[in-house]
Design a binder for this molecule. Structure first.
Ligand code: SF4
Length: 93
């Protein structure tokens, strides 16, 4: 059964959107990924860690390069936890 996001407007994330479904920042084995099909632009990530995340013109989150640069920023996981739709994944070695 596919994931269903009740907060997502009908039709969002359809094939009509040519953009990549994820934005990532990668360095030294740390990869920070934002699933833009899930992101609803709530802004909690950028509010929690403004040096690690920003929002594009559509309000969708993008990880900044610093998000994946060592040493891992203390607010990285807190920002991921703050996302109401769990759109942020932090991959660490
Ligand atoms: S907190 Fe989650 S939903 Fe909100 S902008 Fe960040 S990634 Fe998107």
């Amino acid at each position: 059964m596919p994931d269903v996001n009740e907060n997502e407007p009908a039709g969002a994330g359809t094939a009509a959107e040519p953009e990549a479904a994820a934005r990532t920042a990668t360095a030294a084995g740390i990869r920070v990924e934002v699933d833009r099909d899930r992101c609803i632009g709530a802004g909690q990530c950028a509010l929690t860690a403004p040096t690690l995340f920003t929002q594009d013109d559509d309000g969708l989150s993008e990880p900044l390069p610093r998000a994946s640069h060592p040493p891992r920023h203390p607010l990285l996981h807190e920002a991921a936890r703050a996302c109401p739709v769990t759109a942020i994944t932090v991959h660490e070695p």
